[in-house]
Write a protein of this length. Sequence first.
Length: 257
Amino acid sequence: MNDADRHKIITDLLRDTPFASVRDLQDRLGVSPATIRRDIDKLHETGRAKKVYGGISAFEVGGRLAARPYDENRDIAVEAKRAIAGKAASLVRDGDSIIVHAGSTCFQLGVLLARRNLRIYTNSMPLAAYLGEHGSCHLSLAGGELYREPGIIHDPSSGAPDYFASRFFVGTQGIGAQGLFESHPLLVKAIGELSTCADEVVLLADSRKFSIQPRNLVLSLSRVGTIVTDDGLSDANAKLVENAGVTILIANVGGVS
């Protein structure tokens, strides 16, 4: 397989999956990491895709935003994410057992809850590190291997953990009429398993996420009890969520929620 063939395969893949890691491409193409990195550099230089930490990302196309890896996404819409996390924290009572998934908005929630009298289970590597150093809550961690992108700890051979929570706080890369979407297939399995371990699924998602729709459907909207989002939510998207029976909580960005 020559360079042109590999570049076509990569760009075709990015039409359906807006992010691909070096390991994903190595497994798909059967070449060395060094070759994949050269391919990524070339596609970036020619403007056909964007080099990002850990892999390659599609550019924004047709007015819809491309999903981004965690290390890039965490610095986008930070004010909205913090406001959403603050609103979500008001749902948590002292003594609760909760699950906080990976993702930048969930990380902000974990920071706010770090010193509360809570039991927190997380599969997020960044949040686990933060809570270990700065928290006083009771912390339970997922077991298994570390997947640096998307930043989770997971054991593919196991099922749902032996943990039960009142709420499972989860983020998403994109939202559509069908439900929650992710570009990384591993998150489909991880989120599906954890959603069975809680009374309610609470989605934390800024309003941009309604303009993003990665390839993999994770959960239907009917599986979500509450969505916490920001005041940029459009009337059409609010109606979409309400028609699915989901409660909407609005965090006012830069104001009092």
